[in-house]
Write a protein that binds this ligand. Structure first.
Ligand code: NAD
Length: 391
């Protein structure tokens, strides 16, 4: 994705950078109004651990493309990637162009006291509030790329088998530790049993009968997150529909688990960010939309259906950062689409031209000549009744 993004920037940057003429208005009919693309200055990129390479490099492409200098703060939890950045970035960039500041909370807290021209943060909403508060001290603008509970509606007119396959891929990739991962499913009773059976089939097809032995099945990042998900598993009132093994704290292994849940379940409180998939049952499509609208605005919403009317209702009657229809995650791979959240899932967007614009100040320039004084004579004092009448 990073290489595709770089190629896309290289192919389009010259065009995006150009000053852009805008339409003349009545008052500027003899002038030249245009927009100049200014770099913002020094940008800080604070990255999460879950995609530790691309969550640094994708915004870096946009920041450098727009002409900024950058300080990168990789996640301390992805220690090897953080060390790699500290080691290789100075080999390829002047320190004044791109610098790496590794470290955890104390180091980030210290960095945030500095004055930046832009802060691009990817992570969770509680830390985003700390970032925004620190930025406000210097009136620094921010982009906040956060997570949330991404719902998946599966309608009975969908190809249930293909839907299940694409849901399993998106949910258990990185064992659910993906900002865009399907967080929970919303289905009617007509869909449920068939969908659960297909999901189970694909879990086994992708990861084998003993998930723990699969080289493609990841682990939870650390014991804190293992304990967080374990507590939810202990608290849930949901019925287990499928469980692919037993939890193992020493190995940070949590099996793929499907739960039949009510909307007030422990798993419906926050972003799950783990390999547990709750299924909520509703009686109608209206009820499904209502359920989504009762929660915080998610980073993405997914729907599996052949009905254009239902697709349209999802994108007009709910609010989310993005929507993928009949698949999961894939809108992320399209450079020509903006990527970002709304409400609790974030603010600001990037990828392609949207990223260039995020890291750019659009400076308005009005250029005029020395003619036309008689046309603007009425604005100069002293004011007379005749001049006021002309205004
Ligand atoms: P996190 O918020 O804990 O950490 C992200 C960064 O913030 C790290 O660099 C960390 O060092 C720093 N940080 C953590 N606590 C801090 C504090 N108190 N003060 C200052 N800095 C602090 O997030 P995470 O656990 O690394 O990542 C998971 C979250 O990120 C999930 O919510 C996920 O949905 C979200 N995410 C969003 C996207 C997206 O593109 N929208 C992509 C990946 C992950």
């Amino acid at each position: 994705m990073v290489i595709v993004e770089i190629d896309y920037f290289l192919a389009n940057l010259k065009e995006w950078m150009k000053p852009e003429d805008v339409a003349r208005t009545f008052a500027s009919v003899m002038d030249k109004p245009f927009v100049v693309k200014d770099p913002l200055g020094v940008a800080l990129i604070v990255a999460p651990w879950n995609y530790p390479l691309s969550m640094v490099l994708l915004p870096l492409v946009a920041a450098l493309g727009a002409g900024n200098t950058v300080i990168i703060k990789p996640s301390e939890l992805a220690e090897n990637t953080s060390n790699m950045f500290a080691k290789i970035v100075p080999k390829y960039f002047d320190q004044k162009q791109v610098a790496v500041c590794p470290g955890g909370v104390p180091e980030t807290t210290e960095i945030l006291k500095q004055r930046f021209d832009f802060i691009f943060y990817t992570g969770c909403p509680p830390v985003a509030k700390i970032i925004m508060a620190a930025a406000s001290k210097h009136l620094t603008p921010v982009a906040l790329e956060l997570g949330g509970k991404c719902p998946v509606i599966v309608e009975k007119d969908a190809d249930i088998d293909i839907s299940a396959k694409r849901i399993v891929w998106g949910k258990w990739l990185n064992v659910g530790q993906t900002c865009l991962a399907p967080d929970y499913l919303i289905v009617t009773p007509a869909v449920k049993d068939k969908l659960v059976a297909s999901i189970q089939k694909y879990i086994v097809e992708f990861y084998g009968n003993d998930t723990k032995l699969s080289k493609d099945y990841s682990r939870i990042i650390n014991q804190r997150h293992f304990d967080r998900i374990s507590t939810l598993l202990d608290r849930t009132k949901g019925t287990i529909l499928y469980k692919g093994g037993e939890r193992d704290r020493a190995d940070l292994f949590i099996p793929p688990t499907i739960l039949d849940c009510q909307p007030d379940d422990a798993f419906m409180e926050d972003e799950i960010f783990g390999p547990v998939l709750p299924i909520l049952t509703v009686q109608s499509f209206d009820e499904a939309l209502d359920l989504i609208n009762r929660g915080e605005k998610p980073l993405a919403a997914y729907i599996f259906t052949r009905s254009d009317a239902k697709i349209k209702r999802l994108y007009t009657e709910t609010s989310s950062g993005a929507i993928t229809v009949n698949d999961t995650l894939m809108h992320l791979t399209i450079d020509t689409l903006p990527f970002g959240g709304v409400g609790n899932s974030g603010m600001g967007r990037y990828r392609g031209k949207f990223g260039f614009d995020t890291f750019t100040h659009h400076k308005a320039v009005l250029q005029r000549g020395f003619f036309g004084e008689s046309l603007i004579a009425s604005r100069y004092p002293p004011m007379t009744p005749q001049k006021l009448a002309m205004m």
